[in-house]
Design a protein around this ligand. Sequence first.
Ligand code: SAH
Length: 362
Amino acid sequence: MIADTLRDRIRSGGPLSIAAFMTEALFDPRHGFYATKDPIGAGADFITAPEISQMFGELLGLVAAQTWLDMGRPDTLKLIEMGPGRGTMMADALRAARTVPGFLDATEVVLIEASAALKAVQAQTLGPSGAQIRWVDRLEAVAPGPSIILGNEFLDCLPVRQALRHEGVWHERLVGLNPDDDGAFVFVLGPPLGEDEALIPARLHEAEDGALVELRPGDRQVVDLLAARFSEQPGRALFIDYGPAQSEMGDTLQAIRAHKKQPPLEAPGTADLTARVDFESLLQAGRDAGLKAYGPECQGDWLLGLGLEARAAALSQSQPGKRAEIARQIWRLTDNEQMGELFKLVCLDSADLPLPPGFSAG
Ligand code: SAH
């Protein structure tokens, strides 16, 4: 059990960073939440936009094909997805993009997936697409060349750190064990952040005691890898995730099991653990790394702007029995009380590409 392994680590080595706790809980190869099962879907733990509606992946596929055209139809294109889950979004994207002549012949699909269980599901979902598909563990392993990178709800499960303001100094917040109940995980105050204080957005730096800020080192790593890749060859990365447009204070670590929120430290390995993406810092990191950065655009506006309703009308016409279901899918993806406003898109581009579809100039 992961909880036992984590307890042993804390007993022998002291409290763990939240990032280390998350990494273990999600990706321990034997017992991690993602490693062992397929948690995505109505009957499982959580549901995502591509699982709500095929139209989501279809629109992303059309954007990918348009991007390939804008790149000048390179002979080979890597269409990379980070964290493809069940493979549904890629299957829908490829089906829609097939309508653009030449696109599929040029495209090699590369999936970056940490979970063995989900890789197996992806192979099944994408088998019928007929596309060439490869799996790699990390972006660095993808050969150079023009690329389009997609990631839906990928960034939110990259491990976060938390900083807590205590007596006028920023400290790391760690996970330890409750001294009165040796088995229970609790948050504890760790050492001062030291030079990592520089990672706190400047606007939030001076804060009252008790303030909490989340740091997302994983986002920066991804941005740096993109910048290195796109400095050689044209590239576009589109990420869709949940979080505020502007950096905010506060603890957003959340655990979800069977569609319900759980206390985040209670049962590592049995629930999804995510934290809100800080889009302001992500875009700033992109610009600092020399990328063109666009967004965030709210998911609802973006999908509607790209013609979601026209696509829905066409689908409803071909499947009249599904009219009500399709209308409900639009509502779930775009309504502000549903996913429409909390979920957002950002686009990080190499210097040579035109404005990405559905974004306004940054
Ligand atoms: N994009 C899918 C799944 C989202 S869940 C959808 O929208 O339905 C997050 C996905 O990212 C899972 O496939 C998970 O296994 C994968 N993942 C998370 N962190 C990862 C990492 N560091 N490396 C590779 N895959 C990762």
